[in-house]
Design a protein around this ligand. Sequence first.
Ligand code: 5GP
Length: 192
Amino acid sequence: MKLLEEEIRKRGKILPGNVLKVNSFLNHKIDPVLLDKMADEWYEKFKNDNITKVVTIESSGIAMAILVALKFKCELVFAKKGKSSTLGNVMTASIYSYTKEKEVLISIENGYIKEDDNVLIIDDFLANGSAALGLISIIKYAKANLKGIGIAIEKGFQDGGKKLRAEGYRIESLAIVKSMDYTTGTIEFEEA
Ligand code: 5GP
């Protein structure tokens, strides 16, 4: 998605450790017009898949995912991080947080994803694939039907995308970073 690539070039910041900061439009301050256009792109790609549930992880995924759920006129469920006293019986997975550099427990309440749901996962980044795999394991536990994974920014130089595609999952990334250089601030994208 050319527009997203332009915004990343204009407003993104490359940090040490292969981290791309997009806090000024996606992760902290949010550009709803851009996010709405991103949601349109995913809607086009998955409109024939009868999506009945959008699934993401708090908190960065929620803003994008709610717009996507609105396009499909379905509910969104986001996995909560850590333990919460308001949750009942939960389905859990342990993921390695790329930015926090530690294991984090994610939970979704039993029954919030149903066996007959056609699920679309939405997340902001794909790096090594741990977050996506955690959500996939919960969706499998719920015996729902995973239709695909919509990612805003895939870091193609890390192996999450390769691993997940090799396992047969459909990944639709709106921008794929081929390389980024912290010292020069340059960023290259894969051709769509
Ligand atoms: P993975 O689990 O695929 O290794 O990493 C994906 C998760 O880590 C995303 O949900 C995102 O929150 C975070 N993440 C990974 N790489 C980056 C990055 O370069 N920038 C930011 N802001 N978050 C990232």
